[in-house]
Write a protein that binds this ligand. Structure first.
Ligand code: ASP
Length: 445
């Protein structure tokens, strides 16, 4: 896979350039791993979460096509499919617009499919916006190996005296083919399933379109109204309609999770079927209630869409939440396999971005002055993306977990259990680094 990646990128005149591992900090939304500096007592390097700022500096300095197959380091709680160190195919191009980037890397993925799997894609990959992905699939990384799209039935079901629906911000449904014969026991089990904290729905409403139409809301809707709901869901005879309601985003995500579950139960998520697509037009910013501030949805160097610049410079929270980013993800079978953006290359826009993210002018200068100063010299418009190399390998192998595709992986406590790392270091080493540990092992009773 790595050889074929290099072959393609070389044929497109990309230059592979190594970037340092002992750096300041490149934020990608995780914690940095840090390394104490013996020669600069009391100071620390960060390990790169990605080479993001370096590849942008390379563009400013005149390299117009950069690539690197590179290790990245992110200190985050490890979900089943994450590793603290992983590999990216990292790329950047200058004097490009979004379309150039999408074409170039769609080409890379097509090349890899052909060279590694013998699969040819002759059609362009599908493209959908983030809003469409959420509305139809309840996920920003939709699995297109099967249909079962979500339908917004809020206006159809409201106003008929069923208070659970009437008071909900959103009511959504999927039609599951061939499952109208589900027994009471099976629908009860599904109801319990959607109430699990991982899904988080309050309950489940169903309509069985069997020889007889049966539903859990017969009391509130006439047979004609039930039929209208079925029509709205493009449902056919034999389908089981599953309905969730509640706050919009949360319910869409829950319904998307239920859609995936039903797809898996019906054997529609096959490891040897591949459905790549682009998801575009992500929101630029994400509001976090806990810390009461915005975070960059991709990273702070992603540019807002030019038509949203007015909103971006306004101080209205709603308007800011509405700004779309010139960012895109490439998705395969329900997994994000890569993502990137057209970057900010204007100092004023970059300064405003840091301001929105809660950095003071001094903090922004301290952390990212080297990049913002480079913009003074006239940075070319540039953009790029990075593929998750391990994940791509896993998916090509028909698997979903990256751990089996990494030599010497860590467990989900971030430990290398074979070599027993991390481990305590000698006092002399600690002294040399001017470090003192305040950690106290919990007393075992
Ligand atoms: N640096 C980004 C990441 O690691 C990718 C990109 O924007 O090119 O996700």
């Amino acid at each position: 896979m790595a050889i074929e990646t290099r072959k393609y990128l070389d044929s497109q005149n990309f230059m592979e350039i190594e970037t340092p591992f002992l750096i300041k900090s490149t934020p990608e939304g995780a914690r940095d791993f840090v390394v104490p500096s013996r020669m600069n007592p009391g100071e620390f390097y960060a390990l790169p979460q990605s080479p993001q700022t370096f590849k942008q500096l390379l563009m400013v300095s005149g390299f117009d096509r950069y690539c690197q197959i590179v290790r990245c380091f992110r200190d985050e709680d490890l979900r089943a499919d994450r590793q603290p160190e992983f590999t990216q195919i990292d790329c950047e191009m200058s004097f490009v617009e979004r379309e150039d980037v999408l074409q170039m890397f769609e080409g890379l993925l097509k090349h890899l499919f052909k060279a590694v799997k013998g699969i040819e894609f002759n059609e362009p990959f599908e493209r959908i916006t983030y809003d469409e992905a959420m509305n139809y699939f309840g996920s920003d990384k939709p699995d297109l190996r099967f249909g079962m799209q979500m339908h917004d039935i809020t206006s159809t079901v409201q106003g008929h005296g069923f208070s659970v629906f009437d008071s909900a911000e959103y009511v959504g449904a999927i039609a599951v083919p061939g499952c109208a014969g589900y027994s009471r026991k099976q629908t009860d089990e599904l109801t319990e399933w959607v109430k699990r904290p991982q899904v988080g729905a309050k309950g489940l409403v169903f309509i069985k379109l069997g020889d007889e139409v049966k539903s859990s809301i017969d009391k509130f809707y006439t047979p004609e109204q039930i039929q209208e709901i079925a029509n709205k869901c493009d449902a056919n005879k034999g389908d089981l309609i599953l309905i969730l309601c509640g706050p919009k985003h949360k319910t869409q995500v829950a319904l998307g999770t239920l859609r995936l579950e039903m797809g898996a139960r019906l054997g529609l998520r096959k490891g040897d079927v591949f459905k790549p697509l682009w998801v575009t037009d992500f929101p630029l910013l994400e509001w976090d209630d806990e810390t009461q501030r915005f975070y960059a949805m991709h990273h702070p160097f992603t540019s807002p869409k030019p038509e949203d610049l007015d909103k971006f410079f306004s101080n209205d929270k709603e308007a800011l939440a509405d700004v779309k980013a010139n960012a895109y993800d490439i998705v395969l079978n329900g997994n994000e396999i890569g993502g990137g953006s057209i970057r900010i290359h204007d100092r004023k826009v970059q300064e405003r971005m840091f301001e929105i993210l809660g950095f003071t002018h001094e903090q922004a200068e301290y952390r990212f002055g080297f990049l913002m100063n480079a913009f003074k010299f006239g940075a070319p418009p540039h953009g790029g993306l990075a593929f998750g190399f391990d994940r791509l390998c896993a998916l090509f192998g028909g698997q979903e977990t990256i751990r089996d595709y990494i030599a010497f992986p860590k467990n989900n406590m971030g430990r290398d259990v074979m070599a027993e790392a991390p481990s305590v270091i000698d006092d002399s080493q600690m002294d040399e680094l001017f470090l003192k540990s305040t950690y106290k092992k919990e007393e075992t009773k």
